[in-house]
Design a protein around this ligand. Sequence first.
Ligand SMILES: NC(=O)c1ccc[n+]([C@@H]2O[C@H](COP(=O)([O-])OP(=O)(O)OC[C@H]3O[C@@H](n4cnc5c(N)ncnc54)[C@H](O)[C@@H]3O)[C@@H](O)[C@H]2O)c1
Length: 345
Amino acid sequence: MVTGSILITGGAGFIGSNFVRYWAERHPDQRIIVLDALTYAGNLANLSEFDGDARFRFYPGRIEDPTVVSGIFRCEKVTHVVNFAAESHNDRSMLDPTGLIGSNVTGVSVLLEAASRYGVERFVHVSTDEVYGQIHSGLFREDDPLLPRTPYSAGKAGGEMQVRAHVIAFGTPAMVTRGSNTFGPYQYPEKILPFFITRALDGKALPLYGDGRQVRDWLFVEDHCAGIAVVLEKGQKGEAYNIGGGNEFTNADLTRRVLGLLGKPESLIRHIPDPRGAAHDARYALDTAKAAALGWSPGADFDDALEATVRWYVDHPSWWRPIVESEPYQAYIRRYYGPTLGADL
Ligand SMILES: NC(=O)c1ccc[n+]([C@@H]2O[C@H](COP(=O)([O-])OP(=O)(O)OC[C@H]3O[C@@H](n4cnc5c(N)ncnc54)[C@H](O)[C@@H]3O)[C@@H](O)[C@H]2O)c1
């Protein structure tokens, strides 16, 4: 049972904002504090339903800023923390491998230090299955080695190492979750699902990397939130927990399903040379027995959740169109896909 105030960092992003909603519904009396830097991926519109809600407080700022972080812990009497804040996109990490270190590594250390100093009761650091690297068959278990292969996953592994060290050195009551590829409403349209949904709606080409046979384990965002909540409430200090949907699909399969749901032709697919090259992991898959032992299991039916997600984007152009039409977004698309998509951009 969580009392006190919960600090949700990165709460204006995709999973963070879904977690704020998930938590608020189930803990109506608890204060929710969000700290978010509002990077290109952060969007206060994701939290608009909390405007004027006395339980909710938003702080703009960076998790790697010790002054901001200490001020929040002191003023808000934070008892629980869930850290979502991160540069979260693999492809962008290929363009700027160093730019993520502040958010994904240093910031984790700053948060942990404050958590320890202010006597926080429980802390969950949200990590990713990508820290394991790729697996061609079988499932990753939590005690497998971390062998990241992109700057993004290496940064996330670095954040996890901060957690490990703070637990051992200072006794900080922290846990780690390693979630798989997540999908659902409010996902920034640079990630494959919303990128392809929004482009297909506009009749634009869908750039599929290489042969499209990379396998991902898809997890509906509500199930991801439920897994994080269970670890926050029942996880053991110092432990990591895999949170996977058990829905393995190749990127090509997923793309065809999206086109089918939208009633769009497969001729929109363009196979482009893989911009991640050798760093593109072939497959991720998770053994989730450890989280199941805490009482968690993914509840969503994949087909229903995918259909609901596609429907959400169809129904919410007012959310995604200003993003995809903005110059920073278009500049990124030109920089990343321009060389391969050419006239199909
Ligand atoms: N999306 C996935 O499939 C997935 C899967 C597993 C794990 N994760 C992890 O879950 C977390 C959330 O992912 P997401 O997809 O919601 O990301 P997102 O990019 O949608 O949101 C990230 C949020 O963090 C904020 N942020 C970034 N750097 C910050 C900083 N230094 N200080 C404060 N705020 C900062 C951004 O403004 C944004 O609101 C990340 O840590 C990511 O690594 C994501």
